[in-house]
Ligand binder design. Sequence first.
Ligand code: MG
Length: 171
Amino acid sequence: MLSEKIQLVLNKQLNAEFHSAYTYLSLAAYFEDLDLNGFAHWMKIQYQEELVHADKIYTYINDRDGRVVLAALKEPRPEWESPLEAFKWALANEQALSQKIYRVVDEALLERDHATHTFMQWFVNEQVEEEAIVRDIVSDIERIIESKDGLFLMDRDLASRAPDDGPDSPV
Ligand code: MG
């Protein structure tokens, strides 16, 4: 059984993951509009991963006999200044998500909810990967920013991204 407090923070995190998914879908739409289909594809994969994260939390709350309560989603940002600014913003989004995850972990420790603490470690590890991947793409864009061909080649590269299940379960 989940405590009221843990149930609340998990439901908040569920909303944060859905909002993140919505944000990546908005980023995908931005890149579709620029005809950078590889970038858009990358964002769509990211969108789907965030939905998987939300679903993990949904399942966990139910497994612990808690109650999932869905809240309204905040409108995602619709426009960015450039592909570089869009990816920098995506990195900031991931960093903010990591902080939110740490807050859930903090609460789990305070409440001595070891099951939730263990469950959340997957997300802690996933965020390390997410931040590293997005940071690498920001660096790549910064490197090729002067060349239009560079953006074109990068678009082809990002088009080949396949879905990833995230870090292996520690158990
Ligand atoms: Mg996530």
